[in-house]
Design a protein around this ligand. Structure first.
Ligand code: GDP
Ligand code: IMO
Ligand code: MG
Length: 431
């Protein structure tokens, strides 16, 4: 038995969905622990694509327990739509074991309105959020004015909390942002309907995970976003509003750090970023365009084009440190086929400083950093059929070995295509 955390090591979209789906075959429980429907996790099974925003990426396997942990922020409308979509595709049988923590916070209409109004007011200084209300929902959680699932399920409590919130949020919306006010009665009715449908999934998920651990179950904790979108360790303020590093799994799922056996860091063979913020290795010319197209780098949540650049090992090294990564999964290596040379960023430099172990904390300074590259020879062979390391061209193997050296961590897996089977598994974290 093992408890394994999977996190992204970059700015999200590293391929966490594919890897979690793959590892879920062995796991008994798959739990999300932070974020909300800002996430878009893509699974490709037998050629069929499924994009999940809230439901854990273990849902396509039968008889797995899937948990939405207390650290998440949940938009009930999106969750119910996701359940309905899966039902329509016969991927959510009546005995599906889906549970939502009583303590998870609920995204309300005023969170979405405030998210959009704040971004609009910032103009060119905007963060480029997904507009899903994530920041304002976590803001309310920290300000102790948030509405949790257990509050939503108690009509009287919900009514009281909603009234106080509507009064406050309408003041901001109308007086500060010159936006439309929201109506109490309409929201009360809409959310009471969601409560009726969500009641069956509400549970003490921390206790449930503990009981599973005692039974000897294998548990997989599925991170969303990536370590550099972390509210503490990311490129603040161009980050999301939760802790995305591995430590967040403990608080966000309700288990102690002593229970964790392994942390797998997902690393794309190059770097992408959606939204605004500094990006030292960004490629704005033909190579970036090629990676964007070959890698189909469009946001799985908002459809925005992802910005693309060379692999940045300063980012990855910081993620290995902050998340205690024990094994790496390298994804989308196939996308680099035909590019020569392939560059790896090993440090940043300014006129008087060099950074190789850690990303500078100041956004201004990071914006002034220039990449220091190491060049590697590329390859032209198609990688998609590779099943073992020996099936890879020598230069692809060299690239992987150099990344292991720089990260100080071994590869557990190399992904060479979006499908489950397009994977070289070197070591399973559950063994
Ligand atoms: P996540 O948010 O980390 O789960 O990643 P996304 O699903 O947002 O984006 C990853 C995209 O890359 C999806 O479209 C996946 O189907 C795709 N993908 C994952 N692994 C590979 C791979 O090894 N090669 C290729 N070509 N595509 C991949
Ligand atoms: P997955 O789990 C990539 C980015 C947004 C924006 C910033 C803040 O699919 O990897 P937010 O709506 O969270 O307040 O937006 O974070 N962002 C992501 N980028 N992948 C994600 O999730 C992301 N979730 C948020 O684009 O720059
Ligand atoms: Mg994604």
């Amino acid at each position: 038995m093992a408890q394994v955390i999977v996190v992204g090591t970059q700015w999200g979209d590293e391929g966490k969905g594919k890897i979690v789906d793959l590892y879920a075959r062995k796991a008994d429980v798959i739990a999300r622990f932070q974020g909300g429907n800002n996430a878009g996790h893509t699974l490709v099974v037998e050629g069929r694509q499924t994009i999940l925003h809230l439901i854990p990426s273990g849902i396509l396997h039968d008889r797995k327990i899937c948990i939405l942990g207390n650290g998440m922020v949940i938009d009930p409308d999106v969750l119910l739509q996701e359940i309905d979509d899966l039902c329509e595709k016969n991927l959510f049988p009546p005995d599906t074991k889906l549970y939502i923590s009583h303590n998870a916070h609920i995204i309300m209409p005023y969170h979405k309105s405030l998210d959009k109004a704040r971004e609009a007011r910032k103009g060119t200084a905007k963060i480029g959020t997904t507009g899903r209300g994530i920041g304002p929902a976590y803001g309310d959680k920290i300000a102790r004015t948030g509405i949790r699932l257990c509050d939503l399920l108690d009509s009287e409590t919900f009514g009281e909390m909603l009234r106080i919130n509507i009064e406050e949020k309408n003041f901001y919306l109308t007086q500060f942002y010159h936006d439309k006010p929201l109506e109490y009665a309409a929201i009360f009715d809409e959310y009471s309907g969601y409560a009726d449908r969500l009641r069956q999934y509400a549970a003490n998920t921390s206790l449930m995970i503990d009981q599973e651990i005692k039974k000897g179950s294998d548990i997989l904790f599925e991170g969303a976003q990536g370590c550099h979108l972390d509210i503490d360790y990311g490129t603040y303020p161009f980050v999301t509003s939760s802790n995305t590093a591995a430590g967040s799994a403990c608080c966000g799922a309700g288990i102690g750090p002593t229970k964790i056996d392994a942390v797998v860091g997902i690393c794309k063979a190059y770097t992408t970023r959606v939204g605004e913020g500094p990006f030292v290795t960004e490629l704005t010319g033909a190579v970036g365009e090629r990676i964007q197209q070959v890698g189909c780098e469009f946001g799985a949540t908002t459809g925005r084009k992802r910005r693309c650049g060379w692999l940045d090992m300063v980012l990855v090294k910081q993620s290995v440190r902050v998340s205690g990564i024990t094994g790496m999964a390298l994804t989308k290596l196939d996308v680099l086929t035909g590019i020569d040379p392939i560059r790896i960023c090993v440090a940043y430099k300014t006129d008087n400083e060099q950074f190789s172990e850690s990303v500078p904390p100041s956004t201004k300074l990071l914006g002034q950093c220039r990449p220091v590259y190491e060049d590697m020879e590329g390859w032209s062979d198609d990688l998609s059929g590779a099943k073992t390391m020996n099936d890879l061209p020598a230069n692809a193997k060299r690239y992987i070995e150099r990344l292991e050296e720089l990260a100080g961590v071994k590869m557990s897996l190399v992904s060479v295509g979006p499908g489950r089977e397009e994977t070289i598994v070197l070591e399973s974290p559950f063994d």
